[in-house]
Design a protein around this ligand. Structure first.
Ligand SMILES: NC(=O)c1ccc[n+]([C@@H]2O[C@H](COP(=O)([O-])OP(=O)(O)OC[C@H]3O[C@@H](n4cnc5c(N)ncnc54)[C@H](OP(=O)(O)O)[C@@H]3O)[C@@H](O)[C@H]2O)c1
Length: 241
């Protein structure tokens, strides 16, 4: 997995990978001949994208549905992936969801959905993955955070809480797992052109999902002695406020 950039024989799971950043990450891994499991809640999308990825490289692609808010679904996703490929090397915790409103307008349901997806999902999937990564002699857990995990904004009560929490959680996981040769990293992108937040317009100043995918691929090329534990990825020229 280290050094060459080719990922043949590397078994990867990417959560929330049917569109946006997760799709770009899964595609980049498949292009480099990795074995990739595509996952999200919508089964039709999962099947379609897995079929598309199978044509990209020489690795295998599989689709497994999973709502990361549910621990038992996360365990099934990870165990099935390891079973399918005979090993697990890389977990990318990408699935995320945001609802933006002032605290007094944010419903309890939307609060829970953000915390359960953006924090709970990472915990459940990572916890299920550690035994498989350990059995294979190590691996990598890459969490997709956000600059919203360091900079709060009005309307971000739930989203900021989840991404600030993810920053602390990722660092604690890194300290727990580094001596088992499991590296843990957090990628914190700024604004990316995806359908997140119900956005349909594309802005040319924003990051492209492929920029985040590149950070994932670059991480995996580092030699085993090196651990870039946090990457802040900003648009070079955001609109001035
Ligand atoms: N876009 C940005 O500007 C930006 C910036 C910084 C960080 N991020 C982070 O990057 C990640 C991806 O964002 P994105 O913009 O690519 O989002 P997106 O375009 O909305 O795609 C989200 C993906 O996650 C899946 N998903 C949503 N909820 C899920 C759940 N409970 N369980 C499993 N899968 C779920 C979706 O499929 P289903 O709906 O079918 O499940 C979809 O595949 C998130 O963690 C987000 O917080 C985004």
């Amino acid at each position: 997995m280290s050094g060459t950039g080719n990922l043949a024989g590397t078994a990867c799971v990417v959560t929330g990978s049917t569109r946006g950043i997760g799709l770009a990450i899964a595609s980049a891994l498949a292009h480099r001949d990795a074995d990739v499991v595509v996952s999200a809640r919508t089964d039709g999308d999962v099947r379609r994208v897995a079929g598309e990825l199978a044509a990209l490289g020489s690795g295998r692609a599989a689709g497994i549905g999973c709502d990361v808010r549910h621990p038992e679904e996360c365990r099934r996703l990870i165990d099935s992936a390891a079973d399918r490929f005979g090993r697990l090397d890389v977990l990318v915790n990408n699935a995320g969801w945001g609802r933006f409103a002032p605290i007094d307008e944010l419903s309890v349901e939307h609060w829970r959905e953000q915390i359960d997806t953006n924090l709970g999902g990472v915990f459940y999937c990572s916890r299920a993955a550690v035994p498989h990564l350990t059995a294979g002699g190590g691996g990598w857990i890459i969490n997709i955070g956000s600059l919203a995990g360091r900079h709060a904004f009005a309307g971000g009560t739930g989203y900021n809480a989840s991404k600030f929490g993810l920053l602390g959680m990722t660092e604690a996981m890194m300290l727990d797992l580094r001596h088992r040769d499991i590296r843990v990293s957090l990628i914190m992108p700024g604004s990316v052109n995806t359908g997140f937040r119900g956005q349909s317009a594309v802005h040319d100043w924003k990051l492209d999902p492929r920029d985040v995918a590149r950070a994932v691929v670059d991480l995996l090329a580092y030699p085993g002695r090196a651990l870039p534990s946090r990457i802040e990825l900003r648009p070079s020229r955001p609109t001035r406020r």
